[in-house]
Write a protein that binds this ligand. Sequence first.
Ligand code: CTP
Ligand code: MG
Length: 268
Amino acid sequence: MTVEHPSAPAEHPSESPPGSPSQAPGRTAAVIPAAGRGVRLGPGAPKALRTLNGTPMLVHAVRAMAASRYVSLVVVVAPSDGETEVKGMLDEYEHALPERTEFLVVPGGDTRQESVKRGLDALPDDITAVLVHDAARPLVPVDTVDAVVEAVRAGAPAVVPALPLADTVKQVEPQPGGVPEPVVATPERALLRAVQTPQGFERATLVRAHETVPATGEGATDCAGMVERLGQPVVVVPGHEEAFKVTRPLDLVLAEAVLARRRANDGF
Ligand code: CTP
Ligand code: MG
């Protein structure tokens, strides 16, 4: 007897969930750029390899993507000198990752944009939707991941999770070292959103963005911005405060506090 659970995610992630709007069938992959050094975090190992409560940040991020039943492949873009270490790390934590998920590790580039491109180049042909998720956002809840995938599967070429801002933002004329900076404008805060990851894309759209938008300077820090430059629509869905990016030392303290709270609440 077959029991239908219309509200449950697909049992077979290789197919569209029952009742989903018409979308080319195909699998969803997550690309995790993890090749950054973490300069703002201070001296030490590459950021993604640093631990949070004993587990590498990258493993938390991989687990966050693999927790979504939509995600059947995770591509980790490792520091260019850390590919072997990252493969070893994934083997070591295999027991903590779902069996249904496949993993690939590829070496990263000098910018995030280049690292994402290398992850995209490694995708097999049957992948039609792609999430791009910063290793530096290890604690994003699975509901946020699912919401992004569902918006892509419903037909949006590009989807970003984002939150309203707490601080008012000023545009300035940047000045060197401590010189007071003239304010140019104050955008209306209610119209602004702080963007997080995973960002979700129809694969062909993201690939075209990476083929068309030139890498200048430090490259694009945000894939959705590249899709905007193609003239394609990008939509925002609600983000989550636990999807914050670990950037500076205080963020490590916050991340460990979030993990301790989760453990106290549900034994995670
Ligand atoms: N990233 C990457 N390849 C690069 C640079 C960044 O894969 N050449 C990844 C990082 O590993 C991170 C994500 O992009 O998961 C977001 O970047 P950011 O938070 O800036 O991380 P880092 O570049 O490592 O940090 P910093 O800028 O402080 O050096
Ligand atoms: Mg960086």
